[in-house]
Design a protein around this ligand. Structure first.
Ligand SMILES: *Cc1c(COP(=O)(O)O)cnc(C)c1O
Length: 230
């Protein structure tokens, strides 16, 4: 068995254990493989190990991989910061965009999504622990944004995405509470099923708090070398 397969099996095992500990069904947590900085061949190998959902942060790098791996049935997630002038390619090439934090971005993604495609899945990114340097809307603005974004025609607003600072389990609890609270504002509440939180270092805590999608890079692919980034 190769090492990527082993790493994935180990992460899936950690997810199952965290679910068991939290009294949750393991099927309720999805694994998003965060592949930024890693070459297409590694993604191909991870795909062969059974992984279908991959998350990328940098648009140009992602577009190259999407092209190189067009023969595989990969579900592509964009988890980086969304720049206003990059929405067209996001709308065309991805199945999910996690970092939506303003109405204008959502409006552009909706109008640029081709009508022949499935609606674009999105998560509203919330700055849940009041970090200066981080993207995301203010928690107080989330309800209004959910109400507005959930009415846009070519999007499916699936839930919230948060990236709290390390070692702050309260942030996960706050995100879970907000997730439950703003569901009432959604025009199609049946679409509201995703809480995107937890990374390599805090998967178990995120799952205990109710995460439904953990975004895992390092534990699957090893430490990133940014000097070789595409
Ligand atoms: C890079 C990244 C991850 C993965 O982080 P690891 O610690 O390597 O698991 C998850 N989410 C986002 C938004 C990221 O940018």
């Amino acid at each position: 068995m190769n090492t990527l397969q082993q790493a994935r099996d180990q992460v899936l095992c950690q997810i199952r254990q965290a679910c068991a500990q939290a009294g949750r069904d393991a099927q309720t947590v999805q694994l998003l493989a965060v592949s930024k900085t890693h070459p297409s061949e590694m993604l191909r190998e991870m795909h062969a190990a059974g992984q279908r959902a991959f998350g990328e942060n940098y648009l140009q790098e992602a577009l190259e991989k999407i092209e190189a791996l067009a023969d595989l049935n990969i579900e592509w997630h964009f988890i980086g910061h969304v720049q206003r002038n990059k929405t067209k390619q996001l709308a065309e090439k991805f199945a999910w965009v996690h970092g939506v934090d303003r109405l204008i971005i959502a409006e552009r993604l909706s109008s640029q999504r081709d009508v022949s495609q499935e609606p674009l899945n999105i998560c509203l990114q919330v700055n849940i622990d009041a970090q200066d340097s981080k993207d995301g809307c203010q928690p107080a603005d989330a309800a209004e944004l959910v109400a507005r974004i959930s009415q846009l025609p070519h999007l499916r607003l699936r839930g919230l995405m948060v990236i709290p600072a390390p070692n702050n389990p309260q942030a996960f609890a706050d995100a879970r509470q907000l997730f439950d609270l703003v569901k009432d504002q959604h025009a199609h509440p049946e679409d509201w099923d995703t809480l995107s939180m937890g990374m390599s270092g805090d998967m178990a805590e995120a799952i205990a708090a109710g995460s439904t999608m953990v975004r895992v890079g390092t534990a699957l692919f090893g430490v990133r070398d940014y000097s070789k980034q595409a």
